[in-house]
Design a protein around this ligand. Structure first.
Ligand code: ROI
Length: 167
C-alpha cells in the first residue's frame, strides 16, 4: 500500500457540492482506502481573475493502484462530474483532481508529474495538506508545514462545513 495525496478543486456548478461528491466518489475507488480529508477551503482563483472563487480540499488515500491507474480513475471521475477539457489554460472547471504525492516517488512521464509541479507555491494545496499531514516531507526533503508557513499569500478561508472520511 502506498499513501497518496489528492488535491481537489472546483469553481463551477455548486463547488462545495462538487468537492463533497468527489470525496464520496474517491472513497469508492477500488483498491483504495480514504484515510483522512482536510477541511474545505475557499480561495481566490490563481490565474485569470474573471472566474468564480474555488473550493479546495486535499485527501490522503492508501492505494494499491499504480500512479497511472490512479490517474485514469481520477480523470474518469472528472469526466463523470461533467468536466469538459476546453484546452483553455487555467480556466474555470467543475472538478479538478490532481495527484500531489505518491509515496515518496518522483514521477516524470508524459502524462504525469509527481510531486505536482505547482504544489509548493499554491496555498490552496499546501494549507489543506499541512492540515492533514503537517509532518509530511516531500521527496525533495522539504517539510510541508515549513512550506505552508513560508507562503507569501495565505488568503484562504476555511469553511465550517465538515466532511466525514469514514464509511
Ligand atoms: N485557483 C484556485 N484558487 N484553486 C484551484 O484549484 C485552481 N486550479 C487551477 C487554476 C486555474 C490554476 N487556479 C486555481 O487549475
Amino acid at each position: 500500500m502506498i499513501t497518496t495525496y489528492i488535491g481537489i478543486g472546483s469553481n463551477l456548478s455548486d463547488p462545495v457540492k462538487q468537492v463533497k461528491q468527489a470525496i464520496a466518489a474517491i472513497k469508492s475507488i477500488d483498491k483504495c482506502q480514504l484515510i483522512v480529508c482536510s477541511s474545505l477551503y475557499c480561495s481566490q482563483p490563481m490565474g485569470p481573475q474573471d472566474q468564480p472563487d474555488y473550493i479546495n480540499a486535499v485527501v490522503a488515500l492508501q492505494t494499491q493502484l499504480s500512479p497511472l491507474a490512479l490517474l485514469d480513475t481520477l480523470q474518469l471521475l472528472e469526466k463523470l462530474a461533467g468536466r469538459v477539457r476546453k484546452g483553455e489554460r487555467w480556466g474555470a472547471r467543475i472538478l479538478d483532481l490532481d495527484i500531489l504525492l505518491y509515496g515518496n516517488e518522483v514521477i516524470k512521464s508524459e502524462r504525469l508529474i509527481v510531486p505536482h509541479y505547482g504544489m509548493k507555491e499554491r496555498e490552496f494545496v499546501l494549507l489543506p495538506l499541512a492540515e492533514i499531514a503537517p509532518d509530511l516531507t516531500l521527496p525533495s526533503g522539504e517539510k510541508v508545514q515549513w512550506l505552508a508557513n513560508n507562503l507569501a499569500d495565505k488568503y484562504l478561508k476555511k469553511l465550517p462545513t465538515t466532511v466525514d472520511a469514514s464509511g
